[in-house]
Design a protein around this ligand. Structure first.
Ligand SMILES: NC(=O)c1ccc[n+]([C@@H]2O[C@H](COP(=O)([O-])OP(=O)(O)OC[C@H]3O[C@@H](n4cnc5c(N)ncnc54)[C@H](OP(=O)(O)O)[C@@H]3O)[C@@H](O)[C@H]2O)c1
Length: 254
């Protein structure tokens, strides 16, 4: 029987690239995002696998639980979870809309945490499973002008690395994907396309493939791109006050 992967944020960017990679390897898929029409179109375009679509705004309270309720009703077990849906916002913390920033926390942190919580018991019971949590190179330092976004990604990395240790002894792996700037809809949504950090964005197919391969090998953390690796590792050695200044610099206009 084919294994099943659940991908959040499957309608665009990295999520859609993951859809193509899993489909090529014959996985059945559960795709979650808000845009029902796009989900339908994706479902129609892959004939070799079973695709279940769930149109859901994951930033809403209880959404992750509802997703798992639907899966239980349809007797679908998840072998691989890809927590990919997320967004960012550029601007001074006190000038950005607080409701949008809370929505970001709900999506980037709460939904990811709850989905991970709901899949883990069965994965442990079966002693088999994989989770990929999409963080960012933003996870490695404070990020002035995208303060909440960087903080959400630091949470994702910290949670994921802690769970890797809790899961030692099980054949259940958690991989944290940390991309740098990547050409997707993220740039337009976050309003960062005109910033220095986006002057050398990678393509989404390459980033997704690196993440996919790392997840299949059960790696803990994958930082995509040579320059991003250098940036993330140097951020570890700089005082955080300096790392924050550098992050503010790259968030400025080109
Ligand atoms: N692109 C980059 O430069 C970059 C860099 C580092 C990390 N990342 C991370 O990569 C992940 C994927 O982003 P991307 O770059 O592929 O961006 P994207 O092209 O904007 O895709 C975001 C996906 O998330 C879904 N989504 C957004 N809000 C949602 C909500 N409330 N409920 C359910 N689904 C929602 C969107 O679908 P709907 O609109 O249909 O809901 C879409 O499928 C994110 O976690 C992002 O933080 C991106």
């Amino acid at each position: 029987m084919n294994k099943t992967a659940l991908i959040t944020g499957a309608t665009s960017g990295l999520g859609y690239e993951f859809v193509k990679l899993f489909a090529k390897d014959g996985y059945n898929l559960v795709l979650v995002a808000r845009n029902k029409q796009k989900l339908e179109e994706i479902k129609q375009s892959f004939k070799n696998i079973e695709i279940t679509i769930i149109s859901k705004d994951l930033s809403l309270s209880g959404a992750a639980k509802e997703v798992f309720g639907e899966l239980e009703n349809r007797n679908i077990d998840i072998d691989i979870l890809v927590n990919n849906a997320g967004f960012g916002l550029l601007g001074n913390f006190d000038e950005l809309d607080i409701n949008k920033q809370v929505e970001m926390i709900n999506l980037n942190i709460t939904a990811l945490t709850e989905l991970t919580y709901y899949v883990l018991p069965k994965m442990k019971q079966r002693n088999s499973g994989k989770i990929m949590n999409v963080a960012s190179t933003a996870a490695f330092q404070p990020g002035p002008l995208m303060a909440v976004y960087y903080a959400t990604k630091a949470f994702v990395l910290s949670l994921s690395e802690a769970l890797v240790e809790e899961l030692s002894g099980y054949d259940v792996t958690i991989t944290t994907l940390c991309p740098g700037a990547t050409k997707t809809n993220f740039g337009a949504v976050a309003n960062v396309e005109g910033t220095k950090m986006f002057s050398q964005a990678m393509t989404s197919d390459i980033v997704a493939k690196q993440g996919y391969d790392a997840m299949m090998k059960g790696k803990r953390v994958i930082i995509t791109g040579g320059m991003n690796k250098v940036g993330a590792y140097t951020a570890k050695f700089f005082p955080r006050s300096i790392a924050a200044k550098l992050a503010k610099y790259v968030a400025g206009e080109k």
